[in-house]
Write a protein that binds this ligand. Structure first.
Ligand code: AMP
Ligand code: ZN
Ligand code: FE
Ligand code: FE
Length: 286
């Protein structure tokens, strides 16, 4: 039985609503699901309010974009997944509200940068790419650039303009990794380093030191199973999890139609996350 512990709904930049995700997961006979939206727990809240299908195990989730730790400087963010937290925790809800505000302020500034590069594109063009509810972000701006013929694909728009350090890149307010780990833990949850393979750390010792540093901040797990991870990376990260006594998790990073090559539970078709990992996450002490 498959599980998927990294999924975006239209509470962030996914295209399916939390209820549509529950229905799809149920139809695909996914054993366990977490909705891990960027800097918001509205997706998890809506799913719980709607009612979880009988055969599906569900845990609360979030993906927080944190600033990089001092030992690993540079632009861009570290993604920390949170699981099993209480959705009514006031500190967590407050911090996420602040992070949502920072996201809203960032979009017009990206548009300004694009205008400076000579692209006639408006916020409404990006809005037109979202389903009516979803949180506007770079994928929608990228999608609008494709629609207007300014880029051949969403990937190209990121690679040339919107990605970290590229000409239209705008940084946003973030909390530190240690704050993100603490707020998740204080809300009764478990924190996990998302997709370490995307950090592009080629020196294994450097990555090992980083994991050790995050663990000393209270990190409890590593997302070992991820569609972009090579076989070698999966093996490397799982050894690291054992060495640092960390939980192992995994998920597809499903976003629906905005990332059409990734399917719920199976990624590009050759991917799966063992059910056993869900049992370990579910029974781990916080
Ligand atoms: P934002 O929340 O606005 O920072 O945008 C983050 C989203 O952009 C995530 O959903 C990523 O999947 C997506 N993203 C980030 N980098 C790239 C890239 N190089 N190509 C395609 N999508 C990307
Ligand atoms: Zn996303
Ligand atoms: Fe991420
Ligand atoms: Fe994600």
């Amino acid at each position: 039985m498959n599980i998927d512990l990294h999924v975006h709904s239209n509470a962030s930049d996914g295209t399916l609503s939390p209820i549509e995700l529950l229905t799809l997961a149920d139809r695909l006979k996914i054993g366990a699901l977490a909705i891990t939206d960027h800097d918001t727990i509205d997706g998890s809240k809506s799913a719980l309010a709607a009612g979880i299908p009988d055969q599906l195990h569900f845990i609360t989730g979030v993906e927080i974009s944190a600033s990089r730790p001092p030992s690993f400087p540079g632009p861009g963010s570290f993604h920390l997944l949170g699981y099993r937290f209480r959705t009514d925790d006031p500190v967590l809800n407050n911090i996420l509200r602040k992070l949502q505000g920072a996201r809203e302020q960032r979009n017009p500034r990206i548009i300004e940068r694009l205008a400076g590069l000579g692209f006639d594109i408006r916020l409404e063009d990006a809005q037109a790419e979202t389903s009516d509810k979803s949180q506007l972000g770079r994928p929608h701006i990228a999608s609008a650039m494709v629609t207007k013929g300014f880029a051949g694909s969403i990937n190209e728009a990121f690679d040339r303009y919107l990605g970290t350090g590229k000409p239209a890149y705008v940084d946003k307010y973030r909390i530190s990794c240690s704050s993100a780990i603490r707020v998740i833990s204080d809300a009764g949850g478990i924190s996990v380093l998302a997709h370490p393979g995307l950090l592009n750390i080629t020196d294994p010792h450097r990555l090992d030191r980083l994991i050790g540093e995050l663990k000393s901040m209270g990190l409890q797990g590593i997302e070992v199973y991820y569609p972009e991870h090579t076989r070698a990376q999966t093996a490397q990260f799982s050894k690291m999890a054992i060495r640092h006594k960390l939980l192992v998790t995994g998920g597809t990073d499903f976003h629906g139609a905005i990332k059409p090559d990734i399917q719920l539970g199976i990624g590009r078709g050759d991917f799966s996350v063992p059910y056993e990992l869900f049992k370990q996450l579910e029974s781990a002490s916080v």
